[in-house]
Design a protein around this ligand. Sequence first.
Ligand code: MLT
Length: 210
Amino acid sequence: MTNEFIYRFEQAKGSGAPPLLLLHGTGGGENDLLELGAMVSPASALLSPRGRVTENGMPRFFRRLAEGVFDEDDVRHRALELADFVEEARSRHRIGRPIALGYSNGANIAAALMLLRPGTLAGAALLRAMVPLSNPPHPDLSGVPVLIASGTVDPIVPASNSARLAAMLRDAGAEVSYQALPVGHQLSRADLALVRDWLTMVDVPEPVAS
Ligand code: MLT
């Protein structure tokens, strides 16, 4: 494998459910979202890499200059590196195109991945996401299902920034569902219910092996 990510992989426990690409927040790791993934889609295969950048010992998916201020060259580089990892892991584990389930920094890299390498993901649930690039390309995301959930009292991610991301992805043709929950930055039961319900409604192709 050219892209050495530390990761966990859990086989699908049933058929018909899309694989999930689990992307943790700052300071998280490959084990963080496995439980959440299994709760929102019990039959799905789970692919869960650890971010390769560290900030004071905390794993992340790309470098930042300050909270909410991203090193955009690194965002671009790391998003493409993650896309390559997903392709390789798909053929290694014989899974279909995944839906990303990303939280915070993990949601931001998932958004960048969609913008920079459309086609890697079958869709994305982005929890507490921000606009990852100030000058994004204009990909064709026609029909790609996206859920964005922000927190109205999130001190890190202004809900207006998530709403801007929703508009950007909608403009690219994605089927965006945007929800502002009355919560902060941490994930809540409302997020879990939202993602679970959204996953039952999204229209994704059968998870055929590549
Ligand atoms: C980021 O750096 O991606 C965002 O500020 C969210 C975070 O990880 O704190």
